[in-house]
Design a protein around this ligand. Structure first.
Ligand code: OAD
Length: 227
């Protein structure tokens, strides 16, 4: 069992029990904000101050948020498996729970970069980014978030990881956003595949998935029994 490669593909639902809103559920972030205004590269060009405000708020909220049991159970899987976590989340709750191998597809709230250089990421912790803040190259500093309309730099790395999975666990994501949603198609046919979600995501129309229709924390406990 020790050497099996278990891959977790997570989304906003895994952080819901920590108090962070998901995007598309009722009360989700995209019900209160226009996604194109605050999370797209066009929105950034139109009104950078508004975008900075949105992410400053998310970052301040994250500072006062803790990992929940689901994050902890995922971290504990490392005692039995070789675990890779691929997350669409921009929070750092997987890492704070102890997961050591986390790929962030959509960037990280606690990092910033120059608008002109994708490789200029710096750690900013929970500090705000202000309109006049400059990166070391003299350009405006922006959140190191992958916005709609931008390339997803980690997607090939993530696809390679999924292709080597012996067990695939999809947790708390509607799989509504590509290319992240397409990652499941890189897995081998014969592996065990689980989805933990209280709703019924689109994915359930695919063959071969075991659906644990529960919230992330309870769902992870059930998964551990199954494994
Ligand atoms: P969504 O809001 O689209 O989906 C959240 C999923 O979590 C849904 O399937 C819910 O049923 C499920 N869920 C809700 N509460 C849960 C709980 N307590 N336990 C487990 N599951 C629960 O969020 P994502 O799929 O993560 O991208 O969204 C993907 C991307 O869309 C985000 O990374 C973000 C957003 O636009 C960017 O901003 C670039």
């Amino acid at each position: 069992m020790q050497n099996k490669h278990l891959v977790v593909l997570s989304g906003a639902g895994v952080s819901a029990e920590s108090g962070l809103a998901t995007f598309r559920d009722s009360g989700g972030l995209w019900k209160g904000y226009d996604v194109h205004e605050v999370a797209s590269i066009d929105g950034w060009y139109q009104n950078p101050a508004k975008v900075l405000d949105f992410y400053n708020l998310r970052r301040r909220q994250l500072k006062d948020t803790s990992p929940n049991i689901a994050h902890q159970r995922i971290a504990e899987l490392e005692e039995h498996f070789s675990v890779s976590v691929i997350t669409q989340n921009v929070d750092n709750l997987h890492e704070r729970a102890g997961s050591t191998n986390v790929v962030h597809l959509h960037g990280e709230l606690t990092k910033a970069r120059s608008v002109a250089d994708t490789n200029s990421e710096i750690d900013i912790g929970y500090s705000d980014i202000n309109p006049e803040d400059r990166a070391s190259d003299g350009n405006q500093l922006r959140p190191a978030i992958v916005w709609f309309g931008e390339m997803v730099p980690m997607i090939e790395v993530a696809a390679e990881i999924v292709s080597k999975a012996d067990i695939l666990v999809v947790i708390g994501t509607s799989l509504a956003v590509y290319p992240a949603a397409g990652l499941i198609h890189y897995s081998r046919e014969d592996i065990r595949k689980f989805i933990i979600d209280p709703g019924v995501p689109e994915l359930m129309s695919y063959q071969g998935w075991h659906h644990i229709q529960k919230r992330a924390s309870e769902g992870m406990s059930e998964l551990i029994k199954e494994l």
